[in-house]
Design a protein around this ligand. Structure first.
Ligand code: ADP
Ligand code: ADP
Ligand code: MG
Length: 645
C-alpha cells in the first residue's frame, strides 16, 4: 500500500477519499485553489498545497503543477476523484511518466471509452448490446438526417465527446432534425471542442440503469446495478440500488455484459457501464443497451457501498497498489436497499439556477450517511459545482430506505443559500417514485407539482414574524408590554410575496400574531415557544434572513422599512406606506411639482419616523392621506401624475 497520496480534487469527493486513506494509514496531500483556502478538504488532509487562482483551468486542471506538488510532497500516487482530470488520458500518461501511480484505469482504457462512437463500436465487437443507431464517421448533415430516418423517429443526437448531458438533443420529427443538429453541434463545440455527433434511437419510457464494475487489469467483477432514472435535463437527481423491479435474469445479463465490457479493455480500477433500458413493458433481459462507460469513480457510488458493505475507494487504492481484487464475484454481498439524493445550492423555482452563498447554518440528522465538502460557515462559490452534500440512506427494504430518506431531507437544516431540499423531499413523496415506477421523464412530467412552493403553515410564518421582531428570546415579551406600544408589526418577504404580521402581546407569556386577518396564538412556556400549540421549529438567522426548518426550510427576509422607503422609490407613481403606522405629516398638495428625493410625508411606525420621498421628478396628482391617519402597510399616500417621458 502507498504511504502517501495526492488528491487532485476538491469538495465532497476529496473529503471522501481522505477518509478512506486515513483508515488505511495512508497520508494525504490536498491541493487547493485560492477560493478553497479554508475548505473542508484542506482542513482534513495531512498536508495541503495552494496550486493557483480559483478558475479550474488555473488550478485543479493544471496537471503539470499537480504532478510537481505530488513529487515535492513525496506522494507515490494521485487520486483524481471525479470530474476535473479524472478522465484525461494525457494526464494519466504524464503522471506515469513522472514515476507516480494514477489511481484509476490506464490511459488506453480511458481513450477507448472516451468517445461515445468509438466506445459503441468496441462494445459491439465485444458482443455487448448497444443502442441501435448511427455512430459512423460521416458527419454530413444530409447523411445524418438519412440515418435518423432509417433508425426511425424519435431519435437522440449525441455529441460523441459528450458528458454531463451536454450536446444532446431529442428529435421527434424529420423537419426538426436540421435545427436540432445545429444546436447539439454548437453546444458540443463550446463544451468539448469537438462537434462530431452520433444518432441513437430514442428509447421510450427509458430507465437509466448502470452497473458498477471493478477490474485489476486481469480479473473483473461487477457490484450490481444502480438505477439513476430520476433525472432532470439528463442530470441525475436521486439514485438507488438495486433497481426497482430488477429480476435475477436481467441482473445476471446486465452484470455479464458489463464485465465483458470491462474485460474487453483490460480494465483496472472502478468504472461504470451505463445502460439505457426500455421499461415500457417491465424489465426484460433483451431490452437494455450500452450507452457509455465512465472510467472513474461515480458520484453515486455510495449507494453501491451501502448495499454491498464495500468501500470502493479502498478497493481503488488496493488495486492501484498492485493487489488483486479483494473479492470474487460470488463473494460480493447485496443487502437491502439504498438511496442517494444530491443536495445542491440551487434556485428550484427559477429553473434550478445554481446559487451561491455562505452556509450560515448546516445541520444533518442522524440516520443518514452524509458525504459533504462543506461545513457551517463555508461558502458555495461560483467557481465549482454547487453541491452541498449527498444524503445517503439504507434500509432492509426499499420502502424503509425511502422513508429514511424523506425523514433525513425533512430534518436537514441549511441556511445561507437557497437549496433543492424541498424539491428532493417532494420527490421522495412522489407516488410513482414510491411505487418504483421510475423513468427518466418522471421529473419533467410532474415538475410543476414537485416545484410548487410548499406554502408554509401559518404557525411557521408567525414564528418567523416573532423572530424577525426579535421577540423570541425568553423574557422579550415582558419588555414589550412594559415599554413598547401594544402592537408591533413586521413585514417579511417570502418567495417574492410580502407578508405583514401584527404582533400583540398578551402579557409576558404569549402573543397573538395576526397575518392576513387570521390570528395565531403563541405561548412562551418553560420548554420554549409553541405556536397554535405546536412546538417552535429550529431556525437560523443571518442578518435579515430567517430560515425555519420545518421540512421545507422556508426562507423569510425581514424587510427593513427604511430600505423599503428608499427602494420603493423605484420610479412608481404611488408612494405607499411601507408598514402600518401613523401619518405624522404630509408636505405636498395636489398639482404641486416635486423633485426626485423631495420629502413627501412622514410615517411613524415601530417607534420611529420614516420619511417618504419622491422617486422621481413629477407632479402630485392626488394626496390620499392626511396627518393623523392610521394607515395599513401598502396604503397609498401620494400619487404622482403619469410620467410623460
Ligand atoms: P452523458 O455523457 O452526458 O452522461 P449519456 O449517453 O450517458 O450522456 O446519456 C445521458 C442521459 O440521457 C441518460 O442517462 C438518459 O437519461 C438519456 N439518454 C441517453 N441515451 C438515450 C436514448 N437512446 N434514449 C433515451 N434517453 C437517452
Ligand atoms: P456521475 O456520472 O458520476 O453521476 P454526473 O453525470 O452528474 O456524474 O456528472 C458527470 C461528471 O461531471 C462528474 O464527474 C461530475 O463530477 C462532473 N461535473 C459536473 N459538474 C461539474 C462542475 N461544475 N465542475 C467540475 N466537474 C463537474
Ligand atoms: Mg452518462
Amino acid at each position: 500500500m502507498f504511504d502517501k497520496i495526492l488528491i487532485a480534487n476538491r469538495g465532497e469527493i476529496a473529503c471522501r477519499i481522505i477518509e478512506t486513506a486515513r483508515s488505511l494509514g495512508v497520508a494525504t496531500v490536498a491541493v487547493y485553489s485560492e477560493a478553497d483556502a479554508r475548505a473542508k478538504h484542506v482542513a482534513l488532509a495531512d498536508e495541503a498545497v495552494l496550486i493557483g487562482p480559483p478558475q479550474p483551468a488555473e488550478s485543479y486542471l493544471k496537471g503539470e503543477r499537480l504532478i510537481e506538488v505530488a513529487l515535492e510532497a513525496g506522494a507515490q500516487a494521485i487520486h483524481p476523484g471525479y470530474g476535473f482530470l479524472s478522465e484525461n488520458p494525457d494526464f494519466v500518461e504524464a503522471v506515469e511518466a513522472a514515476g507516480l501511480t494514477f489511481i484509476g484505469p490506464s490511459a488506453s482504457a480511458i481513450r477507448a471509452m472516451g468517445l461515445k462512437d468509438a466506445a459503441k463500436k468496441l462494445m459491439e465487437a465485444a458482443g455487448v448490446p448497444v443502442v441501435p443507431g448511427y455512430h459512423g464517421d460521416n458527419q454530413d448533415p444530409e447523411h445524418l438526417a438519412g440515418a435518423a430516418e432509417a433508425i426511425g423517429y424519435p431519435v437522440l443526437i449525441k455529441a460523441v465527446a459528450g458528458g454531463g448531458g451536454k450536446g444532446m438533443r431529442k428529435v421527434v420529427a424529420p423537419q426538426e432534425f436540421a435545427a436540432a443538429l445545429d444546436a447539439a453541434r454548437g453546444e458540443a463545440r463550446t463544451a468539448f471542442g469537438n462537434d462530431a455527433v452520433l444518432i441513437e434511437k430514442y428509447v421510450e419510457k427509458p430507465r437509466h440503469i448502470e452497473v458498477q464494475i471493478f477490474g485489476d487489469g486481469g480479473e473483473a467483477v461487477h457490484l450490481y446495478e444502480r438505477d439513476c432514472s430520476l433525472q432532470r435535463r439528463h442530470q441525475k437527481v436521486i439514485e438507488e440500488a438495486p433497481a426497482p423491479g430488477m429480476t435475477e435474469e436481467m441482473r445476471a445479463a446486465m452484470g455479464e455484459a458489463a464485465v465483458r465490457a470491462a474485460r474487453a479493455i483490460g480494465y483496472k480500477g472502478a468504472g461504470t457501464i451505463e445502460f439505457i433500458v426500455d421499461a415500457s413493458d417491465g424489465l426484460r433481459a433483451d431490452r437494455f443497451w450500452f450507452m457509455e462507460m465512465n472510467t472513474r469513480l461515480q458520484v453515486e457510488h455510495p449507494v453501491t457501498e451501502a448495499v454491498t458493505g464495500i468501500d470502493l475507494v479502498e478497493w481503488q487504492l488496493r488495486v492501484a497498489a498492485g493487489e488483486p481484487l479483494p473479492m470474487t464475484q460470488d463473494e460480493i454481498p447485496l443487502k437491502g436497499h439504498a438511496f442517494e439524493a444530491r443536495l445542491y445550492a440551487e434556485d428550484v423555482p427559477k429553473g434550478f439556477l445554481p446559487a451561491t452563498g455562505t452556509l450560515s447554518h448546516l445541520i444533518f440528522p442522524d440516520g443518514a450517511r452524509i458525504d459533504s465538502g462543506v461545513r457551517a460557515g463555508d461558502t458555495i462559490s461560483p467557481f465549482y459545482d454547487p453541491m452541498i452534500a449527498k444524503v445517503i440512506t439504507h434500509g432492509p427494504t426499499r420502502e424503509i430506505a425511502l422513508a429514511r430518506m424523506t425523514r433525513a431531507l425533512e430534518q436537514s437544516e441549511v441556511a445561507g443559500s437557497v437549496t433543492n431540499l424541498a424539491f428532493l423531499a417532494a420527490l421522495t413523496r412522489h407516488q410513482g417514485f414510491a411505487a418504483g415506477d421510475v423513468d427518466t421523464g418522471l421529473i419533467e412530467r410532474d415538475l410543476d407539482q414537485l416545484v410548487a412552493g410548499v406554502v408554509p403553515a401559518p404557525r411557521i410564518v408567525a414564528q418567523a414574524a416573532l423572530a424577525a421582531a426579535g421577540l423570541l428570546q425568553p423574557g422579550a415579551l415582558s419588555g414589550f408590554t412594559l415599554w413598547a406600544p401594544l402592537a408591533r408589526s413586521v413585514t417579511l418577504a417570502h418567495e417574492g410575496e410580502e407578508i405583514t404580521a401584527v404582533i400583540r402581546a398578551r402579557g409576558p407569556e404569549g402573543a397573538v400574531i395576526e397575518i392576513d386577518g387570521a390570528e395565531i396564538g403563541a405561548d412562551c412556556e418553560a420548554s420554549g415557544w409553541r405556536f397554535e400549540g405546536v412546538k417552535a421549529v429550529p431556525m437560523a438567522r443571518a442578518g435579515a434572513r430567517i430560515t425555519l426548518f420545518s421540512g421545507v426550510a422556508p426562507v423569510f427576509d425581514l424587510i427593513d422599512p427604511l430600505d423599503r422607503a428608499g427602494a420603493d422609490a423605484g420610479g412608481g407613481n404611488l408612494i405607499e406606506a411601507p408598514m402600518p403606522g401613523l401619518v405624522k405629516a404630509v408636505f405636498v398638495s395636489t398639482g404641486e411639482a416635486v423633485a426626485e428625493g423631495q420629502r413627501l410625508a412622514i410615517l411613524e411606525a415601530m417607534k420611529m419616523e420614516h420619511t417618504l420621498v419622491a422617486a422621481r421628478d413629477g407632479v402630485v396628482a392626488e394626496v390620499l392621506a392626511a396627518a393623523g391617519d392610521q394607515v395599513e402597510a401598502g396604503a397609498a399616500l401620494v400619487r404622482l401624475e403619469e410620467d410623460e417621458a
